[in-house]
Write a protein that binds this ligand. Structure first.
Ligand SMILES: [Zn+2]
Length: 294
C-alpha cells in the first residue's frame, strides 16, 4: 500500500478559469510549479497512491487573508478545513482530511471540535514558520497536550522556505526534539526531511519512536536528495521515512520514480548507493497504521 502523507488542497473546486492560473518558481529553485488546480486534477494525480492525507494551513489570526497555498477558488464561507473535508468526500476510501489550526486563534478549541466532529479530520497539519507561532510556547503546548490525549498525529512543516516572514527557528527539527521530549506519545511527522537540515532531522527521528520524517519535495534537488537519503541510510534511519509528495509542488508518481532512480544516480556519479529494499520500504510503508489514521 502506498500512502501519501502530505498533500495540499486543490485551489479550485472546478476547472480553473484561465484568468485565475497562478504559477511560481521559488519553491523548486527555478522550476515552475502550477499552484492552481481543481479537485479533478488532485484525484488524477492521486491515482498513483492508495491513500492520501490532505490539508490546508491555518492562517495567522491577525492576517486571516494571507495563507500559504491558498484555496481561493472555492465558494466563500468555506475555510481550509471545509475544503479538505469536501475534497476527501470525492474519494472517501482513499483520501483522509486533516485539520489545520492556529494555537493563538481564540477559537482554536471550537474549530478543533468541529474538525474532528462534523468534518471527520483524523490528523493535523502545522507550519509554525508559515503560521508564525512558537511551537514551544504555552498555546502550542496546550494544543499538543490535547492532540496527544486524542491520539491525533501532526504533520509539521520542517525546513526552510522561500517566505521572508516565516521564522526558520520555528521549523527546525531541533525545536521539534523539545516537543517530542515533552509529548512522548504524540505522533509527529517532520516534513521534507527538514531540508536542508536532513542531518538534524535524522538526529531527532532516530531517538523518538513516535517521530517520523516525510520524503516530500526532495527529488528536484538531486544531490541534496541523495545526500539526505544516504545520511539516513548510514544512521539506520530510513525505516523512519514515510512516503509523501507535497502536492501540488510535486506529484506522487514523480516521487516514486525518482526514489527508484536513486541507485542509478549514485552509480552515474560514483557515489555510494542507497539499497533498493530501503527505497521500496519507504514507498510502501503503511503510514495509516503508523500514524493511527483510520
Ligand atoms: Zn507542504
Amino acid at each position: 500500500m502506498i500512502v501519501d502523507v502530505h498533500t495540499h488542497l486543490p485551489s479550485h473546486q472546478d476547472t480553473v478559469p484561465p484568468e485565475d492560473m497562478v504559477t511560481e518558481t521559488a519553491m523548486r529553485s527555478g522550476e515552475t510549479v502550477q499552484l492552481t488546480n481543481s479537485i479533478a486534477d488532485y484525484l488524477r494525480d492521486m491515482e498513483a497512491v492508495d491513500k492520501a492525507f490532505i490539508f490546508g494551513i491555518a492562517p495567522r489570526p491577525w492576517l486571516p487573508e494571507k495563507s500559504v497555498l491558498l484555496a481561493g477558488g472555492w465558494p466563500e464561507g468555506k475555510n481550509h478545513n471545509d475544503v479538505a473535508s469536501e475534497t476527501a468526500k470525492h474519494a472517501p476510501d482513499k483520501i483522509t482530511p486533516f485539520m489545520s489550526l492556529h494555537p493563538l486563534d481564540p477559537n482554536v478549541n471550537d474549530e478543533y471540535d468541529r474538525c474532528v466532529g462534523d468534518l471527520g479530520c483524523k490528523g493535523i497539519k502545522l507550519g509554525p514558520n508559515y503560521q508564525d507561532f512558537d511551537p514551544t510556547g504555552p498555546e502550542a503546548f496546550a494544543l499538543f497536550a490535547r492532540l496527544e490525549a486524542d491520539q491525533i498525529p501532526i504533520v509539521f512543516h520542517q525546513g526552510t522556505s522561500p517566505m521572508t516572514e516565516a521564522p526558520l527557528t520555528y521549523a527546525h527539527p531541533l525545536t521539534s526534539d523539545k516537543i517530542a521530549m515533552a509529548f512522548p506519545n504524540l505522533t509527529m511527522v517532520l516534513a521534507h526531511l527538514a531540508h536542508p537540515w536532513q542531518a538534524d532531522c535524522l538526529s531527532v527521528v532516530r531517538k523518538h519512536p513516535n517521530v517520523w520524517a516525510d520524503v516530500s519535495a526532495q527529488f528536484y534537488r538531486p544531490y541534496s536528495f541523495w545526500q539526505g537519503m544516504r545520511l539516513f541510510h548510514e544512521w539506520g534511519a530510513t525505516e523512519k521515512i514515510l512516503f509523501a509528495s507535497d502536492w501540488p509542488v510535486t506529484r506522487p508518481q514523480d516521487n516514486i520514480d525518482h526514489l527508484r532512480a536513486l541507485p542509478k544516480f549514485a552509480k552515474d556519479h560514483h557515489l555510494p548507493t542507497i539499497p533498493e529494499e530501503e527505497i521500496e520500504g519507504i514507498i510502501n510503508r503503511d503510514a495509516v497504521a503508523i500514524m493511527g489514521v483510520d
